[in-house]
Design a protein around this ligand. Structure first.
Ligand code: SAM
Length: 445
């Protein structure tokens, strides 16, 4: 019998809950995972979306408290451990709210003997309060799955400080009983050994790489992680990919990549960003393909989905106030998006006023269905004022995503079949996971 073969598809962005996707990955197939999950901060962020100063609220809250959050993370991290190669590495990005709980959870899942570093990303900006020190860092926990792992020091060496460069003391080795003991004082020609505090600018409002996605991380941060902890051709996974910073850097550094994000908005942004950096084969999996799925989207996801699907642009806050949600590609005609059925005459009437005020001859309303009155009102606007109001059912925008490219990037990962996604009750416990590859999860050191 020919053995079954499992492939891992790379160049893919999944739009889904990562837990669901991760359970379907073969074991031992990923070289590097970076994850930047939503933080446990119990608040809503008001964020600026895009260049046009539109305010969106971004939820970062957790019902049920930090233990529910950590449990939610643990389930996912256990799957990540399973799919990492024995030589793989994982970097978990945390802010101060839950880092101490997450560290303990990571020690349990990976074994505290596999903890390597607590990297401090030190940035400018952040909140200042007259009552405490400025909060100016995030923590990135670095673990490996096993005892051997990739770590390339040379591409991530730092510059020596001017003092060190000038100091004559840095040019001699001290010796004790004939043995060199202070070799570290001699500057390495390639630069200083990189340490665990990384002063890297956050994405400034004027930065070229800024997309307006809340929580976007700087490419320089991911450059360091990817260069040090993977080699060309390795597979890098970001299961909370956001607007795709990890994938962009992986592509540039000639790594294979896979991204997962639950938000269709994020996935749409990522696809465009990956195209810009020259990724030739990008496959999107799990984007809404039925009307029922569109009905389940959160209102702003639905709006973004429509605007992205027609290659439009989002409205500014000001034009949004007039009932305009976006503008069409090229002509910039107003767009309104309604996640509802039976859209009636009054909606068309109000939108007609908005189109008229924007001094455009034409606009489009997207919705699930329209009443007879809506069509009549549109015809009246055309006859009376020459304003064309197009009424389009969103089902017409569903399709086979024909603009997507079929991937050719499949890597042979194991001579075993791909598992079916497992239901929660069939997932292994930490103990079972650990037993399965013979590594102790915790040591008593
Ligand atoms: C902090 S952001 C990541 C930002 C990213 N590092 C970047 O540079 O753009 C967290 C992301 O996780 C996604 N997310 C939240 N829950 C998820 C889940 N269960 N599965 C997959 N993605 C999820 C959110 O949609 C959000 O885009």
């Amino acid at each position: 019998m020919t053995p079954a073969v499992a492939f891992l598809e790379t160049g893919v962005i999944y739009c889904d809950d990562n837990l669901h996707r991760l359970t379907g990955f073969p074991a031992d197939c990923i070289d590097l995972i970076y994850l930047d999950p939503p933080f446990f901060s119990n608040r809503y962020y008001e964020v600026i979306w895009g260049d046009e100063a539109e305010i969106r609220s971004f939820e970062d809250r957790w019902e049920g408290g930090v233990h529910v959050y950590v449990g939610w993370m643990r389930e996912r991290v256990m799957e990540m451990r399973r799919i990492l190669k024995p030589t793989g590495s994982i970097y978990l990005h945390c802010d101060w709210h839950a880092v101490h709980y997450l560290k303990q959870m990571m020690d349990e899942v990976f074994g505290d003997n596999h903890f390597q570093n607590e990297v401090i990303w030190y940035y400018r900006g952040g909140g200042v309060s007259p009552r405490r020190w400025g909060r100016r860092h995030d923590t990135i926990l670095f673990y490996t799955k096993g005892k051997k792992w990739t770590f390339n020091v040379d591409p991530v060496r730092d510059e020596y400080s001017e003092d060190v460069k000038r100091s004559p003391a840095s040019r001699y080795d001290k010796s004790y009983r004939g043995k060199k003991v202070y070799e570290g004082y001699r500057p390495h020609p390639g630069g200083k050994h990189p340490d665990d505090v990384w002063p890297i600018q956050p994405i400034m409002p004027s930065a070229k790489e800024r997309l307006g996605y809340p929580t976007q991380k700087p490419e320089r941060l991911l450059d360091r992680i990817i260069l040090a902890s993977s080699n060309e051709g390795d597979v890098v996974l970001d299961p909370f990919a956001g607007c795709g910073t990890t994938l962009v850097v992986a592509q540039r550094q000639k790594r294979e990549w896979i991204g997962i994000d639950i938000s269709p908005t994020a996935v749409g942004l990522m696809k465009r960003r990956m195209e810009k950096v020259g990724a030739r084969t990008i496959k999107l999996v799990g984007m809404p393909v039925t009307e029922a799925q569109l009905r389940e989207l959160k209102p702003f996801e639905f709006q973004n989905w429509v605007v992205q699907r027609v290659h439009g642009t989002h409205s500014t806050k000001k034009s949004g106030d007039m009932g305009i949600d976006g503008f069409s590609f090229f002509d910039h005609f107003p767009i309104q998006v309604k996640q509802s059925d039976g859209i009636g005459r009054n909606v068309v009437d109000n939108f007609e006023t908005a189109v008229e005020r924007s001094k455009k001859p034409r606009g489009t309303i997207y919705g699930f269905s329209f009443t007879k009155g809506a069509y009549e009102e549109a015809a009246r606007a055309k006859a009376a004022k020459g304003i064309e109001i197009e009424l389009i059912e969103v089902s017409k925008l569903l399709g086979d995503y024909a603009d997507l490219v079929t991937p050719e990037r499949r890597l042979l990962v194991a001579d075993a079949p791909l598992p079916e996604p497992r239901p929660p009750e069939a997932r292994p416990t930490v103990e079972e996971l650990v037993k399965s590859d013979g590594e102790p999860a915790r040591t008593s050191e």
